[in-house]
Design a protein around this ligand. Structure first.
Ligand code: GAF
Length: 391
């Protein structure tokens, strides 16, 4: 049974009649381009096959009734009045779907009321963007009941929906994230990475078909939970904004690699490493895209590993579990490895030759056991389709 089937069947059991529609959106892995999105920079994510499905039916009384299927049981949220939604009024798992209803209302989209059933196969707290997946799937479902389905003539563009979903996360849930995850969830396509220039909004699908080169992208969920509302993410973002101001640029995107060794006397010592990470990471994204365009996937390995070193040493958002994963994977023959997502826990990725995958998995398992970390969860990340309608 797919996650969309589960959402549809559980909706019917829960609300006593079938849904009008089912929409779903995937989690993501960011291949490279970390903490660059809110600096107007470049990112290169791909969508995972794991999705969050939202079955929806319209109501006419302005009420929003949301239920979620978790581990075989249905949790019912308190009924909400769409007109009364405001930041700070909703807590817990309801925050993200309610935030989307609020954000759509603020954008002038008139949702007449809805029953919503959410079913997820994206792990939460794993840095694989479960919150963006839920935001995007709920946004698509509510746009449908508002009479503006994304796949219809009057449907909003994907960048517009991504911004509305991001607003739910920033202003309703209070997590000051960029727009990487929502864009990835909405706009990625199977067998491709999405090269996204956040400043211009330009996107390009870059072929990323690991299987054709006997490679696999191993995803390691360290099970050390991560959250964007923690202070570390906000502090890094504020640091970047302060640095841009001191350097007199709109965003760190405007600083070139060649300028880095001339910045010492213009920045306090705590900001220089942040700038160095963002500037070199943007450069690594551009180089990764070049390598992928020449169809030599294996050669991106060193760029992935350099990205991790920069996130660990300069940006300081890694964690012991992520470092242990990367070191163990590289020592066991991975071609490159790095943390992915916001950091402070969550997941890492390792590019491995297919024949080496089980050796790398065993090495990571043993390293976790040696450090007394709980066993990680590992799977092969195959680039999959972005969000869309299932029924
Ligand atoms: C999180 C955020 F949600 C993204 O916007 C991005 O900043 C990422 O961390 C770091 O690259 O996933």
């Amino acid at each position: 049974m797919t996650v969309a089937d589960a959402a549809e069947a559980t909706f019917t059991e829960t609300f006593g009649r079938p849904p009008d529609a089912v929409w779903s959106a995937p989690g993501r892995v960011n291949l490279i381009g970390e903490h660059t999105d809110y600096n107007d920079g470049f990112v290169l994510p791909f969508a995972l096959p794991m999705r969050i499905a939202v079955a929806v039916r319209s109501r006419t009384d302005g009420a929003l009734r949301i239920a979620t299927l978790r581990n075989g049981t249905v949790d019912h949220g308190d009924p909400l009045a769409i007109d009364d939604l405001a930041p700070g009024l909703v807590e817990g798992w309801l925050t993200y779907p309610a935030g989307v209803a609020w954000s759509l209302r603020e954008a002038g989209v008139s949702v007449p009321g809805a029953e919503v059933l959410i079913s997820s196969e994206v792990p939460t707290g794993a840095g694989l963007s479960s919150s963006a997946a839920v935001e995007c799937a709920v946004a698509l479902a509510l746009l449908d009941v508002a009479g503006r389905p994304q796949d219809g003539p009057d449907g909003p563009s994907l960048p517009e929906i991504a911004r509305w979903a991001q607003r739910a996360e920033n202003d309703f849930a209070g997590a000051p994230t960029g727009v990487l995850d929502q864009t990835a969830s909405l706009a990625c396509t199977a067998a491709h990475g999405l090269f996204f220039d956040v400043r211009t909004g330009a996107t390009e699908q870059i072929p990323f078909d690991t299987a054709s080169e006997d490679l696999e992208l191993l995803v390691v969920d360290t099970r050390a939970s991560h959250s964007h509302s923690e202070s570390g993410y906000r502090a890094r973002r504020e640091g970047c904004e302060r640095a841009a101001e001191l350097l007199g640029v709109n965003a760190l995107r405007d600083v070139g690699v060649g300028e880095l060794d001339r910045l010492d006397d213009r920045l306090p010592p705590d900001l220089l490493p942040l700038v160095r990470h963002v500037v070199t990471e943007n450069d690594r994204v551009l180089r990764t895209v070049q390598v992928l365009r020449s169809e030599k996937i294996a050669e991106i390995g060193p760029l992935l590993s350099a990205s991790h070193a920069s996130l660990r040493d300069d940006y300081r958002v890694s964690s012991p579990e992520l470092d242990v994963t990367v070191d163990a994977a590289l020592a066991a023959g991975a071609l490159g490895a790095r943390m992915t997502g916001g950091g402070f826990g969550g997941s890492a990725i390792a590019l491995v030759r297919t024949q080496d995958r089980s050796t790398v998995e065993s090495a990571v398992d043993s390293a976790f056991a040696k450090h007394h970390f709980p066993s990680p969860r590992m799977f092969v990340g195959v680039p999959a389709a972005g969000a869309g309608r299932d029924r």
